[in-house]
Ligand binder design. Sequence first.
Ligand SMILES: O=c1ccn([C@@H]2O[C@H](COP(=O)(O)OP(=O)(O)O[C@H]3O[C@H](CO)[C@@H](O)[C@H](O)[C@H]3O)[C@@H](O)[C@H]2O)c(=O)[nH]1
Ligand SMILES: [Mn+2]
Length: 832
Amino acid sequence: MGPLWLASTPQDLVSFCAVSSAVLVRREPRPRIPLLFVMEVSVEIRTPVNYKADDPQQPLSRVVPISSSHLFSYRVVIILRLFILGIYLQYRYTHPVNDAYALWLVSVLCESWFSISWLLDQFPKWSPVNRETYLDRLALRYDKDGEPSQLPHIDVFVTTADPSREPPLVTANTVLSILAVDYPVDKVTCYVSDDGYAMQTFESISQAAEFAKKWVPFCKKYSIEPRAPEFFFTEKIDYVKDDIDLSFIKDCREMKREYEELKVRINALVAKSQKVSKEDWQMQDGTPGPGNNPRDHPGMIQMFLGHDGGLDTDGNELPRLVYVSREKRPGFSHHKKAGAMNALMRASAVLTNGAYILNVDCDHYFNNCKALKEAMCFMLDPANENKTGFVQFPQRFYDVDLDDRYANHSMVFFNINMKGLDGVQGPMYVGTGCCFNRQALYGYDPVVAGDDVEKSLLMSQKSFTKRFGQCPLIGGATVTDTTNAATLLKEAINVISCNYEDETEWGEEIGWMYGSVTEDILTGFKLHTRGWISIYGMPSRPGFLGCAPINLSDRLGQIHRWAFGSVNFLLSRHCPIWYGYNGKLRFLERVTYINNATYPITSIALVVYCVLPAICLFTGKLISPEIKDVYGMWFIIFLLSIIATIFLELLWSDVSFRDWWRNEQFWVIAGTSAQPFAIFQGLFQFITKIETKFTVTSKVDDQKVNELYVFKWTWLLVPPTIITIINLAGIAFSVSSAIIDGYESWVPLIGRLFFTIWVLAHLYPFIEGLLQRENGIPTSFILSSIVLAMIFTLWWIRVDPFKIDKWLEVNIGSTVTNIYNKLFAKLLDFDL
Ligand SMILES: O=c1ccn([C@@H]2O[C@H](COP(=O)(O)OP(=O)(O)O[C@H]3O[C@H](CO)[C@@H](O)[C@H](O)[C@H]3O)[C@@H](O)[C@H]2O)c(=O)[nH]1
Ligand SMILES: [Mn+2]
């Protein structure tokens, strides 16, 4: 078992090394990988080879085209929709509603923005692709049986921050899935960053390392999947199957028992941590712990397993496991996850220096043990090897077999948008399940020709230090190699200290980007603007699965954070509209980033559009002069073109209708709650420069599963509640007036109800949550929403809409129509 609690600063390094169970550091040679590749390529050019299976010219992956008939009709429909939209908008601009000018003006403005955001979203999906890898060729070329493996070293990073919201058991499972990965054990190192500086996390990792000695040989012996024990044992094992191996059943039961014991030990640690106050932690020898304050503590590194850390039960070595908790001091900006990743990047540069880095959140375990090899098929593919910056895997989630009303898993984003981008310059980096080329994160440009490598690596010592900091082992500079373990460890502790990054380019130009911007998106954006491409890895067995549960308020909190990040992206110096015109970022890729930075704006238009139908019902007005005639016709044609694009999109992407519909619903729920708030907050911060807090999304835990779908009240839920009430009131109001007014008023009513029903259908999961008693929504909250909604509707009925319209018409005139006529009507030169 590992030591109890060890802190190591350079000062107590000596004692640290003495007690540590497994301090061994062996540094890989510096990553001259690009150079090697270039040599390989030029060798191929000189010697023509006949195609053998291990022929280095043969690709390691291929693009699987989308069925050409689907793609063709999809594109035709997009173009048609563009035309129809043009005609529809022209009609709208030229036909103001005379007795409801305000309604018309607002709706036309919203529709214009919707159109822009549609363009931004649609066109990057013009050439979607699928991909396939050749793992057998990878093995033949780099990993022949009986020979030492030639596969590159990969450092796998796991981040954890808050043990109360990210249970140590979850992190332990993720770590176990990494230790059992199907990759040469001496070529993979697992780094865990603990921003919580938590005893229970540290101890759980130490326990997991011990357990790995039995777990890993078991996984490899029976080639099981997934290799995170919790999720392996929850899967139904069919014991009565004919061909099932009896020794497997026996070992399985034994393993399960061992795992249950591990769970008990970890849960005991967690329980203990709740009883003991933070200050009470002690070192193994009884001396007081190093503070145990997650906000004020020295940097700490502990190694487990690896070359010196004991063999597994089969007598084999295990991948090295490194626990890292970077130094924290009050008054320093720690840059959350991005800061943790950069600290890991430097520590790993000193200790193992893998040419590739793969990062996962602590709640995203390896679901496919070949995920690293999958990534290498793209990274080492002769066609792309020098320009692939990262390989992103889709973020999929473990299905907890519970109602997934709120847990929309962004199937539309991952199966449609990202596949589309894969056909442009590559998917965005989404924060987890992503394998990077270390050189790309160091800020180097992709290597185009052999001598460029030398150029990009050659940098004067001065600018090198200015960029990467004092440690000469970081950044790929050539230095005299130090192989002394103690020296290296000391250096590793040094590079995770608070002030290491002072006056360097970490977070600004290199590594993970800092700022209140969504750091992941920005990190990927930087790489794309430097000309790197990214690739979307979609093996049929998903590479990684997230196991964090999600309830509505958690999900809204997450959406809020992302939308807030997008607003900041838009307002930052990296704004994708203006930043990085150097010819390296492809146009449609830029469009996607612009879409990412501007999509929250759509929520403002959406809120308006969710209120408009109710107003129409109350006032009896319409957003268009004649609903039955021309408008109605174009509206229906337009609607059909929308349906057709969606249908074809679902067809080529294999996204189910249900997933798509959930996505739409969530778009409206989030768009009327989290997103508009994020806009105001973003603007507020932009003007006042006051930073907002980051809360870690909670993770699944045995005890927590039950409260999983509990609908927690948050202030974000007020606007959708008001919208729901107004729309319901609108229906009641108009139906009762129609009953009083008689038959004639029924026909126009149906047209108007269409929009109200559209709004309510989208908000349905939300309403459902609101109505469930056990969700504990305070009655006062519902009552105050009702009162607000009533004030709002009464105001609309009382205020004479004609007065506003007169004022608008006099003061603004038919501005929109005029502008439109000046700009476009002459250009297109046709009238309806
Ligand atoms: O100070 C911090 C804060 C967070 N984290 C880690 O960062 C990861 C993501 O944070 P979390 O709060 O779990 O965010 P989620 O909303 O669950 O994560 C999604 O959204 C994030 C961006 O907002 C991405 O970074 C993640 O990869 C993506 O899974 C987790 O592993 C955390 O442990 C740290 O290491 N240090
Ligand atoms: Mn998370």
